[in-house]
Design a protein around this ligand. Sequence first.
Ligand SMILES: [Zn+2]
Length: 343
Amino acid sequence: MKSPFFQKTISCPACGEPASHTLLSSALYYSAEKESDGHTSRYGWRKTDVKKTHPPLYSLISCPLCMFTDLVGDYTKAPNTSKSRATIKNYKNMLPSEQKIIRFIYSLIHLERRSHADALAQHLIALFIYEQTPEEDQDIRKIARLFLRIAWIYREKDDLDQYLANFTKKLKNHWFLIPSNENDALNSAIIFFTKAVDIDPFYQDNRNYINALKLIGDLYMRLNDLDGALTFFEQVKHRSLAEKRKFELIYRDKLTEESMRAKSRVELMRISGFIRDVEGICDDLVDQLNVRDAHIINPILAGATGPEEALKRLSAQGLHEAQLRRLERGGRLPQTKKRFGLF
Ligand SMILES: [Zn+2]
């Protein structure tokens, strides 16, 4: 059996010192099966005479001299964005207390024979480095991706929770956001992806934007947070409706030039299609929520004397506005009882 690895000397993007690293040849394997949040659940191998290994364990590089750690792709290229430059600059000027955290996590890593625990520790160092960068220079999308990858490592290896319980407890006081299990990591991934879609130019591309929204929805569902998912997609819908109105005004304005009008028409069609998709997702979520909350809804509908009272009582129970509208549209609210004999 041949080794899937090769050695390469790479200069550290932070301290500049060259060091030899063990890398996995990416041409040897491919993602054969993926879960809905992008996690590869099965890898395929292109050659039969190569010893199989688990690729995600080799997706980061750590500098043996300054401990700077990053995804292979980012580690091997010179920092070429203002964000990556700011991250490295900040790393070089880290406070002694922050350096201590990195030294501590680094001391747990065995780079020669990597396990899930080693990969997790490497991810945590990278996450910590990116998180410590001042907010205005932070690469929010990268932080979101690291949180998601950490969630995947936990998913693949449940017993890591136990292994890490002790050391995350130790660090929690110094590093508030340290993810200590899969759900913890997914929660933070949602927060950072939600922020990233608003500010990262990567999401100005429509496909990237829509994929990210689907991913965020998927992560909410994994956390079984239907309410969070509905709130998120309703916000997306309202923002898209506002954007649609903006293009409608341009399109209808008699003074708009023909080329601009044509462009607005294309945008209008795109946004309308997108809104329909989001509405479909919201409808599904409302259905699921109303099934989940049936034990609250049914007794109130049966006991209320009219539609206003029913809505008021349902709302007091914390039901979403969209859930109430669905009951109203579905004709499920009780009708006001006719009072005979008054006239
Ligand atoms: Zn270095």
